[in-house]
Structure formats: C-alpha cells, structure tokens
Write a protein that binds this ligand. Sequence first.
Ligand code: SAM
Ligand code: DTB
Ligand code: SF4
Length: 331
Amino acid sequence: MQFAELKQLYDLPFFELIQRSRKVHESHWPENEVQLCTLLSIKTGGCSEDCSYCAQSARYSTGVDAERLMEKEDILDRARAARENGSTRFCMGAAWKGVKDGTKRFDQVLDIVRDVSALGMEVCTTLGELGETEAEKLKDAGVTAYNHNIDTSPEHYTNIVSTHTFQDRLNTLRHVQDAGMSVCSGGILGLGESTDDRLKMLEILSNFNPQPESVPINSLVPIPGTPMAESQGVDSFEVVRMIAIARIAIPNAKVRLSAGRKQMSEELQTLCFFAGANSIFYGDKLLTTGNPQSEADLKLLQKLGLSPQKPNPRLESPDAEDNRPLEPALA
Ligand code: SAM
Ligand code: DTB
Ligand code: SF4
C-alpha cells in the first residue's frame, strides 16, 4: 500500500478503522488464535551501536553489563522449556552490530541454531547485520525467520541511530529474503516520531516483496541512561490504530504485539487483538526488560476465548509475487 492510502486509513474514525482491520483479519487468519513466541537474549549488552532506545548499547550507562555468548546447553534448556510451555517460536537475540562468516562467534551461533532447530519450533534469530553468505548459512543451519526491524521512517532513523544507516537495514533484509528465510521486521512507537513517520515505516514494510512474514510493533520501554529515557509514552489508541493499519496493509503477516505490553492494560491488549494482533512474546522477560507473567497471559487469553496457535509444520517463507518490485527501496 502507498502512503496516501495508509493516511486515509489513519484518518478514519476509530471504530471504522478497527472494523475494517477485523474483517481483513477474519479473512486471512483463524479468528481466535494467538502465536506465543519466546525470546532469549543469548548475548547481552556491550553492543557497539548507538541505537538511542537500547539498553544494550555500550555507549550508555544503563546498568546492563556486557556478557558472553550463552552456553549451547543452557540455550537448549531454555528452548525446550519454551516448547513445553506452548511456544511455537523461539527467538534468539544478540547485541551485536552483526555477524561475519569465518569467525568463531558465527560458527558457535550456527552450531546453536542447528540444535535448536531440531526441537521442532520456528527458529528466529536477531543478530544484527548479515551479508549474503551469513544469511545463506543461517538458513542452512535451520533459521526460519530473521528479525531485523526498520524501526521507524528513513527520515527519522538518522535521529535515532548514527552507527549504521536505514539502507544498511534494508540490505540485510534483502539478504535474508534472498536466502529464503522469512522476514520479521517492524518497529518501535514512541521514539519522538510523527504519525507520518509511522505510516512511512508501514508503507515500506508493506512494499517488501514478499511482504514480511511477521511485523513486531514495539512500544518504547524507556531505559534510564539512554537518550530516549524521558520519551513520552504512546497514546493507547495510536497503538491500536497502528496495529489495525499493519493488519490491513500486510494481511498475511503475524502482527506481533511486542515490547511494552507490561505497561499496557488487559483492555488495551484486547483491543489490539481485536484490531489484528495475533502474536505475543511470552515469558516474563524480553531481552533485558520485563514482560507480563506467563500465567497472566494465559489467563487473559482464556478470558477472551483465544488459544495459542498450533505449530506451523511447513515453516516456509512466503513466496514473492511477480507483480511487486524486487528491491525494498527507500520511498
Ligand atoms: N542487535 C539486533 C538488532 O539491532 O537488530 C537485535 C536486537 S534489538 C534489541 C531488536 C529490536 O528490539 C530493535 O530493533 C527494537 O525494535 C527493539 N527494542 C530494543 N530496545 C527496545 C526498547 N527499549 N523498547 C522497545 N523496543 C526495543
Ligand atoms: C522485537 O521487535 N522486539 C523484541 C524482539 N524483536 C527481539 C525485542 C524487544 C526488546 C525490548 C527491550 C529489552 O528487553 O531490552
Ligand atoms: Fe545493538 Fe541492536 Fe541494541 Fe542497536 S538495537 S544497540 S544494534 S543490540
């Protein structure tokens, strides 16, 4: 979808927008399912990048110390526990600028992925920048989806990060798609961006070919010590509107209600599910910050008559459509 169409959606009265997104949701997804994904920070802190929202950048004093890559057996224990608790996707995050083929670190990651992928869940990794070779090797090792958020509009990105560019992010996403992995890409609300920045971000995501398989919508968790520490929270209805527009613009994507849920009421999360969110991070920790307790999440889903999504046995990336542009390009 193009910016003008997204803007028209945004300008609709609230109820009309969520009624439309609900219809799209119902025609593309089983109505009462939410995917549960478990996140694990396999390498925390000490990151060279200066993303101004992030607890893990070495540039800011956030109280998050740099740690080593976790041991494979410990990661496998956490992955098995996630599967037992009903998660169908296991996402491993590392606070790195990126990974490079031929390094010990990358070989260790490939070894971890091979073993985790044997557990039968969707395997997602988020390790920063990738080249062609790295993407191919991750795919061969068993990665299903690669998370790499574009986070905001290209214009606003330069206010948020200076150590890499928006185009660098797009290049990595291109390598992910070329290697045949699914793209998980979304953004953060609450970085001081305008509504237009948010809609431009959705425009770019919706014009990927193929469209992303999942779109995380994070609400900023302000981290003391970062430049975004004092950022104003996002209006609840704006979060719902963004979920609804993402659902309409990228109908086959799992729209993941991601960071910030701990600060949200159950009623707000419910509106998000109604508007088209069909995936959450499940477990009491995200990467470095808190998430609602699993029991509370299960209780909420039960109250709403929603059930955890069944595992997806195909675990395949969506196909590209012939009539869409091949390159994700800057608007
Ligand atoms: N280093 C990798 C990268 O930058 O892609 C992976 C980890 S990074 C922490 C993954 C994503 O988490 C970011 O792109 C951002 O969207 C989200 N994120 C990080 N810190 C956040 C915060 N304080 N509040 C909300 N979302 C956050
Ligand atoms: C995504 O979009 N959100 C997740 C996941 N992808 C890797 C990360 C959220 C991080 C929230 C801040 C933290 O816990 O440090
Ligand atoms: Fe590093 Fe990723 Fe945090 Fe940026 S968002 S500082 S790249 S861990």
